[in-house]
Write a protein that binds this ligand. Structure first.
Ligand code: RP5
Length: 169
């Protein structure tokens, strides 16, 4: 792992999580925030997960984003190995629509915080955006990109609204 400019470490519990966690990668790429992405499981690769956390911190990771489904312990386990902030993205991969992963992620015991986002794609997107917004506090260029992102986002909704107005005339 390069120790040069790594800011964010993104983990997911399984290759089956990739289609949703791609939203995290896309967002970090769009804002030019350096990250590393790994598939590591709290249950299936516990030792590799623990080793990765130390390696990532040594390489400069300031924050971890963890996407996992079912009994989603990845974020909690990562948080148990580091004092860096850990964000959880619960994923709907079992038969319970993601409620299992949401509760597993959010119900951390006091003293080992995990900030938990929405289930699925919105959470994957927002976890990255949240990190970007925090980093933008000490990076004016990144802050300007966030303002521009919000402007374009609003513009898109207003354009859709105008379109609907025409359709309903
Ligand atoms: C979790 O179990 C993973 O994060 C994934 O969401 C879920 C199912 O994994 P697979 O059986 O598809 O590998 O640990």
């Amino acid at each position: 792992m390069k120790a040069t400019s790594l800011k964010v470490a993104v983990l997911m519990g399984s290759a089956s999580d990739k289609p949703i966690m791609a939203a995290t990668f896309d967002m970090l790429n769009d804002f030019g925030v350096p990250f590393v992405g790994r598939i590591l499981s709290a249950h299936r690769t516990p030792a590799a997960t623990a080793s990765f956390v130390s390696e990532a911190v040594e390489a400069g990771a300031e924050v971890f984003i963890c996407g996992a489904g079912m009994a989603a312990h990845l974020a909690g386990v990562v948080a148990s190995h580091t004092a860096k902030p850990v964000l959880a993205v619960p994923l709907a991969s079992g038969g319970l629509g993601g409620l299992d992963a949401l509760l597993s992620s959010v119900q951390m015991p006091g003293g080992v915080p995990v900030a938990t986002f929405a289930v699925g794609k919105a959470g994957a997107k927002n976890a990255a955006l949240f990190v970007i917004q925090i980093l933008s506090g000490s990076d004016p260029k990144l802050a300007a990109k966030v303002v521009e992102f919000r402007r374009k986002q609003s513009e898109k909704v207003l354009a859709a609204d105008a379109e609907l107005g025409k359709e309903l005339k």
